[in-house]
Design a protein around this ligand. Structure first.
Ligand code: FAD
Length: 289
């Protein structure tokens, strides 16, 4: 029985933590298959699960509902994502009331991406605006960060200056965008520590099991594929069974290397696939207790 749902405390008290990201169903799509995937994922006993907000076409309205299910029915601590750019103060206040009512303590404060028709008058410009509002309300707060620079920022140094403002507004931890070269993470972590950012930086790992999907994701996020990984995708990308095995092996190796080099917390972008998360966690038996 979990008694402490606070992610800051969970990371501090574990030697190696592995958490999972899930996304709610798209609008007008049934909730049951996602609920079933989430229940399977919860049986693998992640340190916590995060539920995205509107990302990849997932409906915002389902985020809190699914997050509440994760915590109350599956007994797994939850992190609810919340974006602010396309929202306003009134809607965010409503979301905060719903989060409180659902007993959710942890929120990943995000700006979100701008649709092309966004109006000029906005209550929130950056994720840090949301952090400032949420902080006095007693939530444990996370934020996103980008080891290969956020695609809209022209220089990593500038992006880290902005990140420092977001952290100083009241973040308890950060989660990185996916990366496929651990050296990118370690270099970035050194930059963050030099900039005075000392909170935990959870390493975001995407197990790639579909060659076509990864080309699209990397294009949107600006994530680079190292040659070794590109060779795997080129060789096995069109064969689902081979790509699954190769993707699981690559992600496992990345995680083992991160833990061996002192990283305490890893977040798996599960894409709602329990079978992938299970194979990785089986590989980590003995390391993650
Ligand atoms: P911010 O921290 O606000 O940064 C956005 C840009 O603004 C950056 O280029 C930054 O350098 C710049 N900036 C920040 N502050 C300033 C300032 N004071 N002055 C000038 N420039 C500034 N999207 C979803 O829609 N739903 C999700 O659930 C979701 N989950 C995510 C989870 C993770 C772990 C990650 C890494 C991303 C996620 N995203 C999600 C994507 C995210 O919303 C986008 O990447 C978005 O473009 C940026 O959001 P942010 O919170 O990082 O923005």
């Amino acid at each position: 029985m979990v008694t402490n749902y606070n992610i800051r405390d969970i990371i501090a008290s574990s030697t190696h933590s592995v958490s999972f990201e899930v996304f709610p169903p798209k609008r007008d799509t049934p909730m049951e298959p996602v609920m079933a995937a989430v229940e399977e994922l919860s049986k693998i006993k992640p340190s916590f699960m995060s539920v995205t907000y509107g990302a990849g076409g997932g409906a915002n309205t389902n985020t809190i509902h699914l997050a509440e299910h994760v915590q109350k029915q599956c007994g797994v601590p939850v992190l609810a994502h919340l974006t602010c750019l396309t929202s306003n103060r009134e809607k965010i206040n409503d979301e905060i009331s719903s989060l409180k009512k659902a007993g959710i303590e942890n929120v990943l404060c995000l700006r979100g991406d701008a649709p092309s028709d966004i109006s000029q008058t906005r209550d929130f410009k950056y994720a840090s605006d949301l952090v400032r509002i949420m902080k006095p309300l007693g939530f444990c707060l996370g934020g996103a960060c980008y080891p290969e620079c956020h695609p809209e920022c022209d220089h990593l140094e500038k992006d880290i200056e902005h990140l420092k403002q977001k952290v100083d507004a009241g973040l308890d931890f950060l989660t990185t965008q996916m990366f496929f070269d651990n050296n990118v993470y370690f270099r970035y972590l050194a930059h963050l520590r030099n900039a005075g950012i000392t909170i935990p930086v959870i390493a975001g790992i995407m197990p790639v099991t579909n060659g076509k999907q990864i080309a699209r994701i990397c294009k949107i996020s600006g994530t680079l594929l190292p040659p070794r990984f590109r060779a795997i995708v080129d060789r096995f990308g069109d064969d689902p069974a081979s790509m699954l095995s190769a993707g699981v092996a690559y992600a496992t190796e990345q995680i083992v290397d991160l833990f061996a080099d002192g990283v305490k917390a890893v977040h798996l972008y599960t894409m709602n696939k329990p079978e992938v998360a299970k194979r990785i966690m089986d590989n980590l038996k003995g390391i993650v207790k």
